[in-house]
Design a protein around this ligand. Structure first.
Ligand code: 13P
Length: 262
């Protein structure tokens, strides 16, 4: 039986106050029916909001992720945020290698791999984003791109001190309203699962789909064997949408349980 994980990536949206009020309302709206053991929920606000949200979300079961981090522990690195600082502020996960970081901030596979190690060192769970661009897809290179991106981070057997989440986010589906076909996502998630098996990753490594996910299309992705959840951008900025998506995920799990029992 699968548990699901939803991660809300707010990107560079919402002020600290807006984030805090969203978190308060979210906690209220989830109270009484949401079970975080069945459907994990993570919010990735801007870095400046993490500390405040950690206080408002304490004990509520919603976890916090950073959207990026820099290498190093401390030192003369103006403007940098280490994994340790993010952990101290309240983040327990960190999104790494997002296509926007790769594209606008020139992040390479090698840098992403270094950040993954640094995240583990500080006790953060990396959520590593992989995915092909539209032109790579058109050239039939999707699998080659995913292989390259996965090879960079999966170089050795993963132990229990290497918690990991992989998010497959086709770049052409991000913020465009164009979603990948369920069948394609299913096949690529299976490819990712095979990679994880090769490095003996614990079965608990969740594989997420990201790219124009919303309350209407979420159930389709969650029904796929190797997909355990979603990384959501635009739709996660709306409280109603987040609450709806948690409901969809809870419902998908119940359907799963009844299939398993039947
Ligand atoms: P959208 O859901 O807005 O397409 O964004 C996806 C994403 O980039 C999440 O990290």
């Amino acid at each position: 039986m699968k548990s699901s994980l939803l991660i809300a990536n707010w990107k560079m949206y919402k002020t600290v106050e807006e984030s805090a009020s969203f978190a308060r309302l979210l906690t209220e709206r989830l109270r009484g029916w949401w079970n975080p053991e069945e459907v994990g929920l993570v919010v990735a606000p801007t870095a400046v909001a993490i500390f405040k949200l950690a206080q408002s979300l304490a004990d509520g079961g919603v976890q916090l992720a950073a959207q990026n981090m820099d290498l190093g522990t401390e030192g003369a690195f103006t403007g940098a945020l280490s994994a340790y600082l993010l952990h101290e502020a309240g983040a327990r996960l960190v999104i790494l290698g997002h296509s926007e970081r790769r594209r606008y901030f020139a992040e390479t596979d090698a840098l992403v791999a270094e950040k993954v190690e640094a995240a583990w060192h500080a006790g953060l769970t990396p959520v590593v984003c992989i995915g092909e661009t539209e032109s790579e897809r058109d050239r039939g290179e999707t699998q080659t791109v995913l292989d390259r991106q996965l090879a960079a981070i999966l170089k050795k057997p993963l132990g229990s001190s290497h918690p990991l989440i992989i998010a497959y986010e086709p770049v052409w589906a991000i913020g465009t309203g164009r979603v990948a076909q369920n069948q394609d996502v299913g096949q690529l998630a299976h490819l990712i699962r095979r990679w994880l098996d090769q490095v003996q990753a614990p079965a608990a490594v969740p594989i997420l789909y990201g790219g124009s996910v919303n309350p209407e299309n979420l159930a389709g992705f969650l029904s796929l064997d190797d997909v355990d959840g979603a990384l959501i951008g635009g739709a996660s900025l709306s409280l109603d949408h987040v609450v709806s998506m948690v409901k969809v995920a809870m419902g998908a799990r119940q359907t799963d349980t009844s299939i398993a029992k039947g």
